[in-house]
Design a protein around this ligand. Structure first.
Ligand code: C2E
Ligand code: MG
Ligand code: MG
Length: 742
């Protein structure tokens, strides 16, 4: 082998080695490229978008998993196939082919796949080129839009709901400021969005709602909200916190409904449940609820309460003869009459059929209840017109009184019912109390009242006079006027029997005026006859001071009769001071200005506060006969009498004892310094004529030499200016006469 051959062989060997090395390098780099491409596609597999690489003749060179899923084909079925087998040509704009490079572009279209499913899809394409810029294919991106479309559709549906719902919807930021309200919000509240946005809604002013919303993330309940026009309305409100990533509230959503119409129907339902549909009066259910409540109040305030049960007499006859329509109308008319007869606060109920019941809370007096019963009976008994027919029914009434007839609602209603049957048995069109005694007493009171009214009109009342004597001098500085009722059949009736009725019925006002006028006239005439120079005491009842215009009445009578006011003393019983203290005090204060005296009657039996006595500046205190009775033997009576006298003196009051019947009582009183006395020891109350004779006789008998001086009790003297009092002709105490009360 020559050198040339060896060199050729070496050259060939080197070429083979070089080419082998190059092949190995190429294989390595191709492997690396292949590996990195696989890696890229593995990464692309994770992508949510479908990726397809096409060659220049549109055959599929590569796909990622998502593309397989979207096209519903395994990878092997796709590779090397034309893309047009899966996606229509029209949906793939700008694909690169031998003639032209791909241009980038995208379309949104509905793609139908192997199973026949059609879904919205975005298809984007982009040309691929090698490193020399030569087109090598196209990359296609598929994005399934169905999720997005669903969400968009969902959001649009939600927006439609919020826009069109009749519930108010609002959104607030985390500070509670509104940043969205729906049209219903404006419809319900009257506020436009611009009125309220960036402001806190009204209900957050209730700090409690805000606090609960923050702490619990939720609040629900009924609130009273106010519309822009100021109208308040009930609103059912739900508030929820919307938590952010960290769980803390980012914003708040509120939903509310105007429930005023529901409330109305709720109220209507309640009304139906509690009211009688025909008469609109309370029904039995409401009646017992209201009676329970009224009884509770009465028990707490120790008030009385009356329950009336009323049953119509003759209703069935009307119903049968004129028909049910007329019957219904009658019941309605009776309901209206009952309501009109009672006070607004009294309860009238229809218990069923032709039965009614009434609750009278805190009736002013027993006599008031009787009057009311009579008024009701009279109202029901009036004839009525029913569709042109005259009808007439009457009422049988039963009355039960709390607490004496029962303590609870059902017992009282039953008691009233029993009494109502008693009325039926007694001949109907009348009333009965559950307690027989009460019926008797009520009848007596009624008769008494009617009698007293007639007595006032027919001059059956008479004024008697009882002298008030000075124990030491025997003079008669005063006289007490006491009323008597000379009943044509029953003879004389004493005040104890009729005064309470007179007070309850208000008859005490005309009676009191009559007594005052007569007493003043009488005394004035004795003064003018120079028979009597003292004063007259008139008893005044609490009602007179509280109800009437007592002061004006007194002024009028003083002017009419011309009597010197210093000859007038008003006896006020101790108990009156405890009643309407302010009014009584004011009235008495005015009386003082007239110059009349005030004497506290029946002192010691009530609860006189010494403070009242001081403010009253009474001129006299009358020791009650109850204490005088036991004198001088009863230690207690003696002690009390002594104490009253001492107290009276220290207050600068004159003292007079009533009910003095014995010398021993008189001596005891005089010894203690009480020099004025009144009682059977001197004279019982006697008529004016008898008193005139009594005075004459006494003047002749006991103090023949005593001149008729103006001697007045209760610290009174007739001042010089009064000296010209008609016919008196005397002024002050005569010289040499000790003041009789000292
Ligand atoms: P009073 O003002 O405390 O009157 C005293 C009562 O004792 C009188 O009863 C009188 O008749 C009676 N009496 C008089 N002396 C004696 C006695 O020695 N022993 C006993 N045991 N009783 C004696 P009368 O007349 O029945 O009057 C009773 C009450 O009626 C009076 O009590 C007075 O509060 C009231 N009253 C009388 N007349 C009137 C009046 O015109 N208006 C007013 N508002 N009340 C009057
Ligand atoms: Mg008296
Ligand atoms: Mg008395």
């Amino acid at each position: 082998m020559g050198v040339a051959n060896i060199l050729l062989a070496l050259a060939l060997l080197l070429a083979v080695i070089a080419s082998t090395l190059a092949t190995i390098r190429w294989i390595r780099s191709a492997n690396r490229a292949r590996q990195s491409e696989q890696l890229v596609w593995q990464i692309l597999d994770i992508n949510q978008q479908g990726l397809i690489r096409l060659g220049m003749d549109h055959e599929i060179l590569d796909v990622n998993n998502q593309a397989c899923l979207l096209l519903e084909q395994p990878r092997t079925a796709l590779l090397k196939r034309s893309i047009f087998a899966f996606i229509g040509q029209g949906k793939l704009p700008g694909l690169a082919n031998a003639a032209a490079a791909a241009s980038a572009g995208s379309v949104e279209c509905n793609l139908s796949v192997a199973s026949g499913k059609v879904f919205p899809c975005r298809i984007a394409s982009s040309g691929l080129a090698n490193k020399h810029g030569k087109p090598v294919g196209t990359l296609i991106l598929l994005r399934d839009l169905s999720g997005q479309a669903q969400q968009a559709a969902y959001l649009s549906r939600m927006a439609t709901i919020i826009q069109h719902t009749t519930e108010g919807v609002m959104m607030m930021d985390k500070n509670g400021h509104l940043d969205m309200v729906n049209p219903a919000y404006s419809t319900i509240t009257g506020f436009n969005p611009e009125d309220v946005l960036d402001k806190a809604p009204q209900f957050l002013r209730y700090g409690q709602i805000w606090a609960e919303l923050i702490s619990a993330g939720h609040w629900q309940g009924e609130i009273i909200n106010r519309r822009k026009n100021g109208e308040a309305y009930p609103e059912w409100l739900t508030l929820d916190a919307v938590p952010g990533m960290e769980g803390e509230a980012q914003r708040y959503i509120g939903l509310f409904t105007d429930v005023s119409h529901m409330k109305k129907s709720e109220d209507e339902l309640k009304h139906m449940a509690h009211y009688d549909a025909l008469t609109d009066l309370a029904n039995r259910t409401l009646m017992s609820i209201q009676l329970d409540m009224a009884l509770e109040r009465a028990a707490r305030r120790t008030n009385k309460l009356a329950v009336f049960a009323l049953d119509l007499d003759g209703f069935k006859a009307v119903n049968d003869s004129l028909g049910h329509h007329a019957g219904d109308l009658l019941l309605q008319k009776i309901a209206a009459r009952l309501k009109a007869t009672l006070r607004g606060e009294d309860v009238v109920a229809r218990m069923g059929g032709d039965e009614f019941a009434m609750i009278i809370e805190n009736p002013p007096s027993a006599i008031h209840i009787g009057h009311l019963a009579e008024k009701i009976i009279a109202a029901v008994g009036k004839p009525m017109d029913l569709h042109g027919n005259r009808a007439h029914v009457t009422a049988s009434l039963g009355i039960a009184i709390f607490p004496q007839d029962g303590q609870d609602a059902s017992i009282l209603l039953k008691a009233a019912d029993t009494a109502m049957y008693a009325s039926k048995q007694a001949g109907r069109n009348t009333y009965r109390y559950h307690d027989d005694e009460m019926t008797k007493a009520a009848n007596q009171r009624m008769t008494l009242e009617q009698g007293l009214r007639q007595a006032l009109e027919n001059n059956q009342l008479e004024l008697c006079f009882q002298p008030q004597v000075n124990i030491r001098t025997g003079q008669v500085p005063g006289v007490e006027a006491l009323v008597r009722w000379n009943h044509p059949d029953q003879g004389p009736i004493y005040p104890a029997e009729f005064l309470s009725v007179a007070e309850e019925t208000g008859l005490i006002l005309p009676l009191g005026e009559w007594a005052l006028r007569l007493a003043c006239t009488q005394v004035q005439s004795w003064v003018q006859e120079q028979l009597f120079t003292g004063s007259v005491s008139i008893n005044v009842s609490g009602q007179q001071l509280e109800q009437g215009d007592f002061f004006s009445m007194v002024k009028r009578v003083l002017a009419e009769t011309g009597i010197n006011p210093k000859r007038l003393a008003f006896e006020i019983s101790e108990g009156i001071l405890l009643r309407n203290t302010k009014r009584v005090m004011a009235e008495l204060g005015q009386l003082h200005t007239l110059g009349v005296s005030i004497v506290i009657d029946d002192f010691g039996v009530g609860y006189s506060s010494l403070t009242y006595l001081k403010y009253l500046s009474a001129q006299g205190i009358k020791i009650n006969q109850r204490f005088v009775l036991g004198l001088p033997g009863d230690k207690n009576d003696a002690a009390i009498t002594r104490a009253i006298i001492a107290m009276g003196h220290s207050l600068g009051c004159d003292l007079i004892a009533e009910g003095v019947e014995t010398e021993a009582q008189q001596t005891f009183l005089a010894d203690q310094g009480c020099l004025l006395a009144q009682g059977l020891l001197y004279s019982k109350p006697i008529t004016a004529d008898e008193f005139r004779n009594w005075l004459r006789e006494r003047q002749l008998r006991t103090v023949p030499d005593a001149p008729c001086t103006d001697i007045l009790p209760f610290g009174r003297r007739l001042a010089d200016s009064d000296g010209d009092e008609a016919g008196e002709g005397r002024q002050g105490d005569a010289p040499g006469h000790p003041r009789w009360w000292q």
